[in-house]
Design a protein around this ligand. Structure first.
Ligand SMILES: Nc1nc2c(c(=O)[nH]1)N[C@H]1C(S)=C(S)[C@@H](COP(=O)(O)O)O[C@H]1N2
Ligand SMILES: [Mo]
Length: 342
């Protein structure tokens, strides 16, 4: 991989380096993936409770992805370091939602390893003074990289604590010069059915109309918490986590944090969003974490924190309003009925 100047003295490590007790040759991993595919284990895993899913790969021993990540250089932003214990890297990359690679929690880990993230192009267009194109290297060199540890809460009532590496979304938008007529920001994931099996197969893709799209009000996008991630822990992102570039919005349900983005557009109208299009009564445009507004099919009052413990040790904790980030974001929603704008 050709990186920008930040990567001087780069140390390349496979993305599983944190648990590199034994090395499985790629051929073995690939054959395991074939076994898993042949058995249809991805879809079996999807139907199992989360704590069983988390251990499904134990059936095959310690499995090894073949995607190679690279070490990043960054500064830790002390203003954004959740005090909570971090979710181990091995779990962050093995329990994912990325329906382009299947709907099971292990499907992205299994199916995304060959995903090509370089070359890449991220375009910022629409109501801007000068459209911006960032190629792969520019994603890592255009803006100073910082690390922020955020709580991350999926609408399915599980959560993690993840140290992301990236830059504020506001800094990126400022590169393009947002015009005063712009009121919303729309995001779009890569559309590449050849690489993303969920985009070829409606069942595998969970019925989503691809490309996956998301959006924010401009003031939400400019909030200091809104983040663009190009890495997690100290590595570039693995495909299953949204390589090479994704959005992270810690006060909103995880589906707003769109992965592997290629387009950002500044608009004067609220853009459509994928989960809202799929089931509008269940998933709103705002999707702020709110323990008082239940999902029609389950409670949002608590969540299963995927932490450092073993198979059965996931903790159940109370869910906090705005996922605990009310100090930073509550003002954005003053006077709004958050039951109506869920
Ligand atoms: N393009 C795209 N982005 C996506 C998704 C997806 O299926 N496709 N899933 C979303 C959901 S539901 C969640 S919870 C988070 C999961 O992020 P993680 O796998 O890094 O924890 O990604 C979000 N971004
Ligand atoms: Mo989610």
């Amino acid at each position: 991989m050709a990186h920008g100047k930040f990567t001087k003295g780069i140390v390349k490590r496979p993305s599983w380096h944190i648990s590199d007790n034994e090395v499985t040759p790629q051929a073995v991993f690939s054959s395991r993936r074939k076994i898993i595919k042949t058995l249809g284990l991805g879809s079996i895993a999807a139907s199992l409770p989360g704590y069983v899913q988390a251990g499904i790969f134990d059936l095959f021993g310690e499995d090894k992805p073949d995607f190679v990540t690279s070490k990043l250089t960054f500064t830790a932003n002390q203003a954004f370091q959740a005090s909570d214990e971090k979710t181990p890297y091995s779990k962050v990359i093995r329990h994912n939602n990325f329906y382009e690679f299947g709907t099971g929690k292990q499907d992205p880990y299994v199916n995304a390893q060959q995903f090509k993230v370089n070359p890449w192009q991220l375009n910022i267009t629409g109501m801007v003074d000068k459209p911006v194109q960032l190629d792969y290297d520019a994603l890592f060199s255009q803006l100073p990289l910082e690390q922020r540890t955020y709580r991350f809460r999926c609408v399915e009532a599980w959560s993690m604590v993840i140290p992301w590496v990236g830059f504020p979304l506001a800094s990126l938008l400022k590169l393009a010069g947002v015009q005063s007529s712009a009121k919303y920001v729309a995001f779009e994931t890569l559309f590449d059915p050849e690489q993303m099996p969920g985009q070829r197969n409606r069942l595998m893709g969970g019925g989503i109309h691809y490309p996956y799209v998301e959006g924010l009000r401009l003031d939400e996008a400019m909030n200091e918490l809104a983040f663009v991630a190009v890495g997690l822990y100290d590595q570039t992102l693995s495909p299953q986590s949204g390589a090479p570039v994704r959005i992270v919005l810690p006060w909103k349900y995880g589906f707003k944090s769109i992965k592997s983005i290629v387009n950002i557009r500044l608009l004067d109208k609220q853009p459509p969003t994928s989960w809202n299009q799929l089931a509008a009564h269940e998933y709103g445009f705002y999707a702020n974490v709110n323990p008082q507004v239940d999902h029609p099919r389950w409670s949002q009052a608590s969540e299963r924190l995927i932490g450092a413990g073993g198979l059965l040790s996931a903790q159940r904790i109370d869910t906090q309003m705005f996922n605990g980030y009310g100090e930073q974001v509550a003002d954005l929603y003053r006077g709004m009925d958050l039951r109506k704008f869920y």
